[in-house]
Design a protein around this ligand. Structure first.
Ligand code: YH5
Length: 312
């Protein structure tokens, strides 16, 4: 056993670098709990997990009445989520809901950059992530203050994304998706959903390292609802403890997703908040430290409560 309690981050990082060279990646090393993000920032997940608050800056969320974004209103919502205990604000200008229309690079930039600039100016300590599949948007977002790239294509969409992630030294969320946002829910199929999601993480880790991204910058996400049936989503959540690859932390996004509506028998979004808390609590118990949610306060409190039990 390697004595890692109390935290020797440099030692842990060196261990992981050495483990990169091993054929069976650090299978007997303790879980890695430091997430390196851009602008020299790092998130310590060894003692507690963190909540990422969702800030959708699309005309149907924070519009000025037309197609432009009301930056002040978006900023107010971000500040409310921070007051409620969010550690990360995830800014997204493209709807990745199943079947949603694609947004042009120009439109996405016009939506997200002013909000990121304003948030970064007002709260420079806050970790901002950019939810985008476009390398140019990620690059501009990092220039404006974002420290994390949240790419729902898991670095497979834009050929320049890995290069941008390496150059900015941003934290990178590699999410699994079967198909594309437009087609993914048509007929999702897996022989073994756990094995296939794990294999995807391993393949993308290798690609990321080859592009010059540090292993310590990576977080994996099984992509709940992205090319998955209700059964696939439930199987992944049931076995979250089997999804760890290279000791990297997991992030989970279940908030308000339609599989919840299927389980509880309601298509009302407001009925999905408490089942979301049940899911984040369950996932925290299985070791997942990062959760992307709409309702920050109840999820922060549920996580602290679960951790009080786990850290006995
Ligand atoms: C995610 O899981 N999800 S966008 C449909 C809904 C509700 C919510 C009403 N970006 C994830 O949140 N990034 C999105 O039905 C994400 N992980 C990461 N890393 C989809 C979304 C949603 C879709």
């Amino acid at each position: 056993m390697i004595p890692l309690k109390g935290g020797f981050p440099d030692f842990q990082l060196r261990l992981l670098s050495a483990a990169r060279l091993l054929p069976h990646m650090n299978s007997d090393l303790p879980p890695q709990r430091l997430w390196q993000c851009g602008h020299g920032r790092a998130l310590d997940l060894s003692q507690r997990g963190e909540i990422m608050g969702i800030l959708n800056v699309t005309p149907d969320s924070f519009s000025d009445g037309g197609e432009f974004i009301d930056v002040e209103a978006a900023l107010d919502h971000a500040c409310k989520m921070l007051d409620d205990g969010a550690a990360i604000i995830d800014v997204g200008g493209e709807s990745t809901r199943p079947g949603a229309a694609e947004v042009s690079e120009e439109d996405e930039l016009t939506r997200v950059v002013p909000v990121i600039e304003a948030l970064h100016r007002q709260r420079p300590d806050v970790l901002i992530s950019i939810d985008t599949a476009k390398a140019r948007v990620a690059e501009a977002a990092c220039d404006a203050g974002a420290a994390i790239i949240n790419d729902v294509t898991g670095l497979r969409g834009d050929p320049r994304m890995a290069e941008v992630a390496a150059a900015t030294r941003a934290g990178v969320i590699i999410m699994h998706m079967q198909g594309t946002p437009r087609t993914m829910q048509q007929a999702p199929h897996y022989e073994d959903v756990i094995a296939e999601v794990r294999a995807f993480f391993e393949t993308q880790l290798t690609a990321a390292l080859a592009a010059g991204i540090a292993a310590e910058a990576i977080v994996f996400d099984p992509g709940i609802g992205f090319g998955k049936t209700l059964e696939h989503n439930l199987t992944l959540i049931r076995h979250l403890d089997q999804l760890e690859v290279a000791g990297r932390p997991l992030l989970l996004g279940v908030s308000r997703k339609s599989f919840i509506g299927k389980v509880i028998g309601s298509d009302q979004l407001e009925d999905r908040a408490w089942p979301t808390v049940a899911l984040t609590s369950f996932a925290r118990e299985l070791g997942v430290p990062l959760h992307r949610v709409h309702e920050v306060k109840p999820n922060v409190e549920a996580m602290r409560m679960t951790e009080a039990i786990l850290n006995r």
